[in-house]
Design a protein around this ligand. Structure first.
Ligand SMILES: *Cc1c(COP(=O)(O)O)cnc(C)c1O
Length: 392
């Protein structure tokens, strides 16, 4: 049976070209960048070259604005906790949205326990944040706004540049979680007018366990990993050189091919969406129709449990994801779909397919054969579906 991967928002494989540049740092080039000798100096250069590459790819003004971290979650935590800790004498108010990744939401929950106040901006039914609502929530105690660039469940792309422009004038620090957008759509820190931006290598064909945080020059931030003076005292710990070199090369490669991949992947996305809407009844597309990532598809199927759909797709060799997070046996509907005003019943029937550069039209066509079969089979077993049809 063929195995088809439609879960690129969860993670991507390491590009062979990326792996090639990483390998020497696990063997002959093993030096500690902080060492004075040749082994160390060589690797210091590798890390600083990677920093320069990442800065350039993000349109940053200086390489020193890039801090390498252990993952996207760490970048988000560092941005939120590091900024509010350094600015708490100016105020205690944070603004974010209801559809953030848990790395941001749970850091906010933690900060609320520490005495900070958090405003969660709602989204409309298409999953969009209204910039006006962000501006109206500002108070003279607001020290940080954090709104994600693109959502990981429904792929909706937020108007970050519009928000950033006003926050820049009002001198309010602005962070964006760009973990889903970097490498998929063009991302430039100056065009977006952000002060901090999170990214993670494994979402764009780089290795797992390495991320970066862009911090605009002059932004006061506290470190919460103390020890050595690495990363200009902003993040202690011997550098993950192979990971850092891999992250930089993966970002360069992704941006080099961004236009062609965007065109190819969004074509497959739209082809799939159009066919599902045409051939399957009682189905809803979640998220904005066009303001969404090239590879994101998110549907809710009425009268179906997303989990059954996933298991049946897995039996047919198709790897997908549900919009809902499964926490220790209890199936909680997705906080993102609920925030968009979708009922818990319909949120439970959601399916997320996230396409990548290796997916083909043949794979989509295969899915367009097996998906309706599975949907029909599951609905035939649902008493709710029968009664609703009988009443029509
Ligand atoms: C994956 C993801 C993260 C977390 O990144 P890790 O590197 O897995 O920690 C954060 N935010 C968003 C939007 C993501 O998609």
């Amino acid at each position: 049976m063929q195995k088809i991967y439609f879960d690129h928002a969860a993670t991507t494989p390491v590009d062979p070209e990326v792996l090639q540049v990483m390998l020497p740092y696990y063997t002959e080039s093993f030096g500690n960048p902080s060492s004075i000798h040749w082994f160390g100096r060589e690797n210091r250069k590798a890390v600083e070259d990677a920093r320069l590459m990442v800065a350039k790819e993000l349109g940053a003004n200086e390489p020193s604005e890039i801090v390498f971290t252990g993952c996207g979650s760490e970048s988000d935590n560092m941005a939120l906790k590091g900024i509010v800790s350094a600015h708490k004498d100016k105020g205690n108010h944070i603004i974010t949205s209801t559809i953030e990744h848990h790395a941001v939401l749970d850091a906010c929950k933690y900060l609320e326990k520490q005495g900070f106040e958090v405003t969660y901006i709602p989204v409309n039914t298409e999953g969009m944040v209204d910039p006006q609502e962000v501006f109206q929530a500002l108070t003279d105690r607001t020290i940080l706004v954090s709104i994600m660039h693109a959502n990981n469940e429904v792929g909706v792309i937020q108007p970050i540049a519009d928000i950033g422009k006003v926050l820049r004038e009002r001198k309010i620090l602005f962070h964006t979680d760009a973990v889903q957008s970097v490498g998929s759509i063009p991302v430039n820190v100056n065009d977006l007018s952000v002060d901090l931006l999170s990214l993670s290598a494994h979402k764009f064909y780089g290795p797992k366990g390495v991320g970066a945080l862009y911090i605009r020059k002059g932004t006061l931030i506290h470190s919460f990993l103390h020890g050595g003076g690495q990363e200009r005292n902003r993040r202690a710990g011997t550098e993950n050189i192979a990971g850092i070199v891999g992250l930089a090369r993966a970002l360069q490669l992704a941006n080099e091919h961004i236009a062609e991949n965007q065109a190819k992947i969004s074509y497959l996305r739209d082809y799939f969406i159009d066919n599902v809407l045409k051939h399957i009844e009682h189905v809803h597309l979640n998220g904005h129709r066009t303001q969404r990532l090239p590879g994101n598809i998110n549907f809710s199927f009425e009268y179906i449990e997303g989990e059954s759909l996933l298991l049946n797709l897995d039996l047919k060799g198709v790897a997908a994801s549900s919009g809902s997070a499964c926490t220790s046996g209890s199936l909680e509907p997705s906080h993102v779909l609920l925030a968009m005003g979708i009922s818990p019943e319909i949120a439970h029937g959601s399916l997320r397919l996230t396409l990548g550069k290796s997916n083909s039209k043949e794979e989509i066509d295969y899915l367009l054969v097996v998906l309706p079969e599975i949907v029909n089979k599951l609905r035939a077993m649902s008493p709710l579906y029968d009664s609703s049809r009988a009443s029509v």
